[in-house]
Ligand binder design. Structure first.
Ligand code: UDP
Ligand code: MG
Length: 318
């Protein structure tokens, strides 16, 4: 007799070579776990044979569910779709590329049975490029000073969430989703499990440097308005400085007359102020852009096909 159901959400984007491997690994792991399980693959607009392999698995195994998007909507949205469609008493989020070891599932479930609502896997940076690790440590150091939610290096989406945690996440309906922040925002009691970083098995990472950089900015912007306030203070400070500068110069001109053409000072003032203004405009633009997208109230994703039976084939979903 099984104690309950564990759902596993696997966002998959061009992971054809990994689908069968991850399913086999999971199946093996669950052989001696006293919970039943379902695996929900979210095919995030893959352009390779990912969907074919997922369907093949699903046709042989009723535990395999899938949702296939009409295009690539991004991992964050894939996770949202997953949360909206799982039935488990607890849900595990993991990547398709076998970087998240199945051996952590037992400790996850143990944590869940101990009453934790989030059991979180934290990896070290073994095998990661040195520059990438340094930049991420620096990023987390800075971001934690800026945003209200607690974000930590090495903690990603790989975790177990109780039903209550999943329901809490579903209440956060924003379109621009920064999962790491959302997971932290909902709170609930948490347990951390440590593991060694594993290299990707097949295919390559979808994270280019520029994607990571944009993701970093999302982290800052999604969770507060401090950057806006920083612009305000910087602007105010510079305005004050320039007023002092103008006042002092005016006095000197009245006293001594114009002695030098002031080329250097003019140019530097223009450049500096121009820079600050552009930066501030950029920050404001970021927020306005987000408001723009949120007000559209578009569905977060569109489903092309699914084997989940609640009549939402080819239907949009919020
Ligand atoms: N992924 C996704 N949609 C995307 C990009 C990635 O569903 O647009 C999935 C991908 O298939 C994998 C997981 O998200 O299962 C993590 O992606 P990846 O391994 O590229 O990230 P990394 O491990 O390098 O952070
Ligand atoms: Mg990966």
């Amino acid at each position: 007799m099984k104690s309950g159901l564990i759902s596993i959400i696997i966002p998959s984007f061009n992971e054809a070579s990994n689908i069968e491997l991850i399913y086999k690994a999971l199946d093996k792991e669950f052989a001696d776990i006293h919970y039943d399980y379902e695996v929900l693959f979210i095919n995030d607009g893959s352009t390779d044979d990912t969907l074919h392999y997922i369907k093949k698995l699903a046709s042989n195994n009723p535990r395999v569910k899938y949702i296939s998007f009409t295009r690539n909507f991004g991992k964050e949205v894939a996770l949202l779709a997953g949360f909206q469609h799982v039935n488990g008493d607890a849900t595990i989020v993991m990547d398709a590329d076998l970087q998240h070891p199945c051996s952590l599932i037992k400790p996850f479930i143990k944590g869940f049975e101990e009453g934790y609502h989030q059991v979180i896997a934290k990896r070290n940076r073994k095998g990661d490029g040195r520059i990438r690790s340094c930049l991420s440590s620096l990023y987390y150091c800075i971001i934690n000073k800026i945003v209200e939610v607690d974000l930590r290096d090495g903690i990603g989406d790989f975790r177990l969430l109780s039903r209550k945690a999943v329901e809490a996440l579903l209440m956060l309906n924003e379109g621009n989703r920064f999962s790491k922040g959302l997971f932290s925002w909902i709170g609930l009691n948490q347990k951390i499990i440590y593991y060694d970083n594993v290299a990707r098995q097949n295919g390559k990472s979808k994270w280019s440097f520029s994607k990571l950089f944009n993701y970093g900015i999302d982290g800052v912007i999604s969770f507060n308005n401090k950057p806006l306030r920083l612009c305000f203070y910087t602007g105010a400070f510079i305005l004050l400085l320039s007023l002092v500068y103008i006042f002092v110069n005016l006095i000197m001109i009245i006293r001594d007359g114009i002695t030098e053409p002031g080329y250097f000072t003019t140019i530097s003032a223009v450049l500096f102020l121009g820079g600050v203004q552009l930066l501030s405009l950029g920050v404001i633009g970021e927020y306005i852009g987000r408001i723009y997208y949120e007000t559209k109230k578009r569905p977060h994703y569109l489903i092309q096909e699914t084997n989940i039976n609640n009549g939402e084939n080819n239907e949009s979903n919020q």
